[in-house]
Design a binder for this molecule. Structure first.
Ligand SMILES: Cc1cc2nc3c(=O)[nH]c(=O)nc-3n(C[C@H](O)[C@H](O)[C@H](O)COP(=O)(O)OP(=O)(O)OC[C@H]3O[C@@H](n4cnc5c(N)ncnc54)[C@H](O)[C@@H]3O)c2cc1C
Length: 243
């Protein structure tokens, strides 16, 4: 029942030029690639790219996963463009790269990959995650038909990190603020999803972000709420690493 589409990008890597870097919020920056090399990608917003960025210590580049926030073949420059939104979470090769990168530099990546699409037949949709999941949530909500019933829960640092959820549909959006607490240390999403009254009918739940948090919520939904596992998509996006 999980929506599938036969989409997988080419395996060879793509190198594209950074055209713009835009700070969306204090902790989120958008990198726009514009390049003829993007023309054949057939990327769909919400898919994943494996990007290669300089390591902070070693000499070889390291790979990190990021979401295609937008992809257009016909933007103003008449060249294909692709947007990715980076959480500036602290020290990490990808966050550092996004903080430092300037227009004119290049980025190498592999992909896109990922087959998830919101099911237009579902009676309702629930999207939940932290700020790393926000680009995918924005992309998926924008795909919903205007009459869709959608609930959105996003954990962010504070009110300054809230962003518009675009699209024709008007979801019920709940922003959960950490207000000074570190990412991956709260039960804000757990508490919200324990309390949510799931609408009647056959719904779809998409959940991503801090890996232990989404695993806990997955267990709750399956074991205590008897959610049908075929209607649930859960992906861990990151975890805290010991220093
Ligand atoms: C399919 C997929 C799609 C993703 N899409 C996006 C996206 O669109 N935008 C986005 O910002 N992220 C996204 N992520 C998450 C991103 O890949 C991770 O946050 C990644 O670890 C960041 O790499 P880094 O090099 O900056 O830090 P790393 O080298 O991986 O980690 C360095 C340190 O930072 C910590 N850390 C990593 N991420 C975070 C965080 N978000 N908050 C707090 N501490 C953190 C780690 O625990 C570690 O201690 C996605 C992940 C997946 C799997």
């Amino acid at each position: 029942m999980r929506p599938q589409a036969p989409v997988r990008g080419r395996v060879a890597s793509t190198v594209a030029t950074v055209a713009a870097v835009t700070r969306l919020t204090p902790r989120m920056t958008r990198v726009r690639l514009v390049d003829d090399s993007l023309a054949g990608l057939a990327a769909v917003p919400g898919q994943t790219l494996k990007i290669y960025v300089p390591d902070l210590v070693g000499e070889l580049p390291v790979s990190r996963d990021y979401t295609v926030r937008d992809y257009a073949l016909d933007d103003d420059s008449a060249r294909p463009s692709l947007d990715m939104d980076f959480v500036l979470h602290g020290e990490g090769p990808a966050a550092d790269w996004a903080r430092r990168v300037r227009p004119g530099e290049t980025l190498e990546f592999v992909g896109p990959s990922g087959r998830y699409r919101p099911d237009p037949q579902a009676d309702w949709h629930l999207f939940a995650g932290d700020e790393t999941a926000l680009p995918a949530i924005q992309a998926y909500v924008a795909m919903l038909p205007a009459n869709a019933c959608a609930l959105v829960y996003v954990e962010v640092a504070d009110i300054g990190e809230e962003q518009p959820i675009p699209g024709g549909v008007r979801p019920a959006v709940y922003w959960l603020h950490r207000d000074g607490r570190a990412p991956g240390t709260t039960t804000l999403l757990d508490d919200a999803l324990h309390a949510v009254a799931l609408p009647p009918g056959q719904g779809r739940i998409w959940l991503a972000g801090h890996t232990p948090t989404v695993r806990r919520i997955r267990a709750h939904l399956l074991n205590e709420r008897a959610v049908d596992r075929r209607t649930l998509y859960v992906k861990g996006f990151w975890d805290r690493q010991p220093r």
